[in-house]
Design a protein around this ligand. Structure first.
Ligand code: BTN
Length: 295
């Protein structure tokens, strides 16, 4: 498989409405609610501000570059100009059950994996819990979902997708766990960002409609179809320590279910997961029972 590409010309596509919307076939997402910025700080922050001002369900903020791109666990998301996809959907769908909020990041990852499959057919995407998208064991995309509440009630969710599409190795971050790559590096040729973004929006709406229709199991099943780590031994690092065990699957709300070596089932809501042979503890930490996330 190719491990480097030479980008001799910039692909002509900008992710503006004229290039993307002709490929979008949704009812509610995007369309007249498509907001394009050449460059911005973070599309998640932009969508959040729009949400606080009452912007409708289906608004999407898309930028060709970000200066303050945010990843999970307060990490930066490197967002070089016109090489990746940086987009955030604002959701407040009618009929959405607040309890389904935790499934939204998984749904976004499923839509991304399907979009990669359909746009770069020679690649086989996989999802690492909860929503990292891998190709050939390299991270090519990630999801950052943030919920906003008014007192106890969900007001809106913003769900951002970052995909390294035509990013050369020199522009990728160094990652300790799963190395970063881009779709172009893995495929050996440039890929249309406009087609990929449109496919993500289309697949996202498909699965959101099914979720709102009570088909949570279908979303989880499709996530499991792409999942890499079921039945594998993993090490999970979260704010409470490190847990080692075997992955049994995901719970109804999308938490990772691990059977520890002591035979206890642990319910992980947030953390970094690595398969054991690829995960370094730096020689300082060892596996511990994690009381705060156990069930
Ligand atoms: C991760 O850490 O894997 C999640 C990365 C999410 C990055 C995307 S890029 C578009 C949106 N805007 C942001 O600032 N972050 C998300």
């Amino acid at each position: 498989m190719p491990r480097s590409i030479t980008i001799t010309e910039m692909p002509p596509d900008r992710l503006n409405a004229d290039n993307v919307l002709p490929l979008v076939s949704t009812k509610a997402l995007g369309r007249s609610l498509y907001r394009y910025l050449t460059i911005t700080g973070s599309t998640n922050d932009d969508a959040r501000r729009l949400g606080e001002r009452g912007a409708p369900h289906g608004t999407i903020v898309v930028a060709d570059g970000q200066t303050q791109g945010k990843g999970r666990h307060d990490r930066p998301w490197v967002s070089p100009f016109a090489q990746g996809i940086y987009a955030t959907l604002l959701l407040r769908p009618p009929g959405f059950a607040q309890t389904d909020t935790t499934l939204i990041p998984l749904l976004a990852a499923v839509a991304a994996a399907e979009a990669i499959e359909s746009t770069a057919g020679e690649l086989t995407p996989a999802i690492k819990w909860p929503n990292d998208i891998l190709v050939n064991e390299h991270k090519v995309a990630g999801v950052l979902a943030e919920a906003a509440y008014t007192s106890e009630n969900l007001n809106f969710i913003v769900v951002g997708i970052g995909i390294n599409v035509n990013t050369p190795t020199s522009a990728l971050p160094v990652r300790p766990l799963y190395p970063a790559s881009s779709l172009a590096i893995e495929a050996g040729h440039l890929i249309s960002r406009a087609a990929l973004l449109a496919a993500w929006i289309n697949r996202f709406e498909h699965w959101l409609l099914r979720l709102c229709n009570g088909e949570q199991a279908a979303v989880r099943n499709q996530w499991s179809h792409f999942a890499t780590i079921t039945n594998r031994r993993v090490t999970v690092r979260d704010s409470n320590g490190i847990i080692c065990g075997s992955v049994e699957g995901i719970s109804d709300d999308g938490a990772l279910l691990i059977r520890t070596d002591e035979g206890k089932q642990v319910h992980i809501l947030s953390g970094d997961v690595g398969v054991e042979e690829g995960y370094s503890t730096g020689g300082k930490s060892k596996c511990v029972s994690n009381k705060s996330t156990s069930s």
